[in-house]
Design a protein around this ligand. Sequence first.
Ligand SMILES: C[S@@+](CC[C@H](N)C(=O)[O-])C[C@H]1O[C@@H](n2cnc3c(N)ncnc32)[C@H](O)[C@@H]1O
Length: 293
Amino acid sequence: MPDLFSSKIKMKKSAKNIQAWKSVSDVWGSLKPPLRPSPGEIKIYERFLKKTLSNNSSRRALLFGATPELRDLLAKYKFEVTLIDVNPAMVKATTKLLKRKNHREKIIIGDWLKIKLPQNYYDLAMGDHIIGNVNFKKWNHFFSLVTKLLTKNGYFLTNVQLSFPVKRSLAFKNLIKLYIKNPKRFNDTEYKWQMLYQMMYSDKKFCGNHDYMITWPAIPQIQKELKLMNMSMDIKQIAQLADYIYVKEFKYCSPPRAIFEKIFKKYFKIVSSDINRQHPVYQSYRIYLAENH
Ligand SMILES: C[S@@+](CC[C@H](N)C(=O)[O-])C[C@H]1O[C@@H](n2cnc3c(N)ncnc32)[C@H](O)[C@@H]1O
């Protein structure tokens, strides 16, 4: 969800996006990687998290979003957690999925870009795919906010979706044809999202807009394309391809790696970064461990 909270005119749009996340929360439990952290990524998160413990961390974490897998990990390493998410429905839905109970988890319903929390307090800031939800124009604001909340040697641990050069471009209509030809192949969510990303990063209808925004294909877009193709498809089948089934519009900020790192490095020193190599779908995700400057 982009940062659309700052002006009254944009307020409506922001409410629409919060609504979108509310709808996502209904189906969150049934979503699979890569829309949730994969086991391979959790291993990377854990390896990096352990590195943050070395300089006598007092284990105070600030978690952006309510990702259950990250909350379980923080509970495992006995962190005191402040979780901040704008959407209570999402917090409720994800809390049901927790495997470990953390009695030291405090939940704040609020906007990341407007947080008022103790400065120079957290040893770790963490979040899965958070920066893509922030409008590119607000990245400097968000990063500078995070640096202030972190202690001097605090860490930032996050997974970022970066755009990647597509070797073989895939037009939206060809992806739909591929799906119609072999819908069962798309039951494999990693394969499905590999195809969707290949399409999203190569079909100009979904990328190439300003500020590195990419669009997730949702039901209305698929219906529109089918109409152009003079074809029809069962709504359940369309929803199966869309995944974020109720979401009308979902845009996400996903710049190339060099652009992301250039801005990120103004605020943090990158300690390490890694990707899950078990499936090509993860080629556009990169997990960063960075230290406060
Ligand atoms: C962390 S992100 C990405 C989802 C992630 N891959 C996961 O597995 O949880 C999704 C969450 O961020 C929250 N969110 C998005 N923008 C926000 C903002 N500006 N302030 C607070 N919460 C926000 C949404 O409500 C949603 O719960």
